[in-house]
Design a protein around this ligand. Structure first.
Ligand code: COI
Length: 354
């Protein structure tokens, strides 16, 4: 059986790090010197290697390109104030990755490959972690099918990889959101809960149309009535009504089980703010807004952490929020940052040392 100690490392000849402009790190644009790559065949992960970042040579009949067996995760690594490197809750991402894999008929990735592989890769690349507020080393594990075949069936072979990207926040400014009533992201029985590439490709049309109208993203509604709220863009969504936080529940399987979502629920509970995970529809939201009870709306995700929302547009009506007054979202965001930077104790054991 292969194991973490078998990961072969091929060294670079020259680092690209001096080319990096640390003051300009858009999300996911720059990559570090190394990547991890592993192949799955005959029921085993083999050829596990950390090697110089480089293009792949792929067969044009690759099933991932034609039929979309392709999943990913997003994780962040940080340096704390003592200069030690930590990864934020990577085991949660491993669990979700393997749920996505199961839904897409792909093999499981074992912990030694996902977690230990990631730790070895980050250990080599620590100097790429930005030491700047709201910046991090974004970790992108992904897997795709590699059979070269036009028949539609689960592939027998796969590639698993990890890339690292020094990055700033995904959304720097507060967002303007269009409530989507035409397009659908996910329906019960579908793949909405999984982090498969197609969910993101399928969301582009709605996002592009919203952007043409001056919005940053859409608030997804359910497939049947276009009333029940699901996610905002690529993030989970929270509403603060009457000092209570409400976030759509996961039972239907249409929403991603966000790691940041879970962390935010925990921090809200720690602050004594009650959290309801339940179905919530747009009419309830409009009523709460009109009666002055809808206090804050924010998105949560690994890439964005917490993204404040300044406007929701629904059915010809603008709902506006003063983001300077979004006390709770800002407080939760600061607490999460302080835990990551080692300024607050990690009471929930969220940090994994590299
Ligand atoms: C993340 O928050 O890591 C995501 O998955 C969003 C990503 C598609 C940019």
């Amino acid at each position: 059986m292969p194991a973490a100690k078998d990961i072969k490392i091929t060294k670079i000849t020259k680092s690209k790090i001096n080319d990096l402009d640390w003051n300009n790190l858009p999300f996911g644009k720059y990559f570090t010197d190394y990547m991890l790559e592993a192949d799955y065949a005959n029921g085993e992960w083999v050829s596990v290697a950390i090697k110089p970042y480089q293009p792949l040579t792929l067969d044009p009949a690759l099933t991932a390109l034609h039929y979309g067996q392709s999943i990913f995760e997003g994780i962040k690594a940080y340096n704390n104030v003592d200069g030690e490197t930590y990864i934020f809750r990577p085991h949660e991402n491993l669990i979700r990755f393997n749920k996505s894999a199961d839904r897409m008929c792909m093999p499981e990735v074992p912990e030694w490959l996902f977690i230990d592989g990631m730790r070895q890769l980050i250990e080599l690349e620590k100097q790429w972690i930005p030491n700047k507020e709201n910046h991090a080393l974004y970790v992108r594990p992904f897997m795709f099918s590699t059979d070269a075949l036009l028949g539609v069936r689960p592939s027998l072979t796969y590639k698993f990889m990890i890339l690292l990207s020094p990055t700033g926040p995904y959304f720097a400014a507060p967002m303007k959101i269009f409530v989507e009533e035409k397009y659908t992201r996910a329906a019960p029985g579908g793949v909405g809960f999984s982090k498969n590439a197609g969910n993101y490709g399928g969301s582009l049309r709605a996002a592009t149309e919203a952007q043409k109208m001056g919005y940053d993203q859409v608030l997804w509604t359910d497939a049947h009535e276009h009333k029940w709220l699901q996610e905002v863009g690529m993030m989970n969504v929270f509403f603060l009504i009457d000092n209570k936080a409400i976030t759509p529940s996961l039972e239907e399987g249409t929403i991603l089980k966000g790691v940041t979502r879970d962390s935010v629920i925990t921090v809200l509970n720690d602050l004594g703010i009650s959290v309801e995970e339940r179905p919530i529809n747009i009419d309830e939201l409009v009523q709460a807004y009109e009666s002055g009870r809808l206090q804050e709306v924010f998105g949560t995700g690994t890439a964005a952490t917490i993204a404040l929302i300044q406007e929701l547009f629904y059915n010809g009506k603008q709902m506006l929020f003063d983001v300077q007054q979004c006390e709770i979202a800002n407080k939760v965001k600061n607490i999460l940052n302080e835990v990551r930077y080692g300024l607050l104790p990690d009471t929930h054991n969220w940090l994994v040392k590299v």
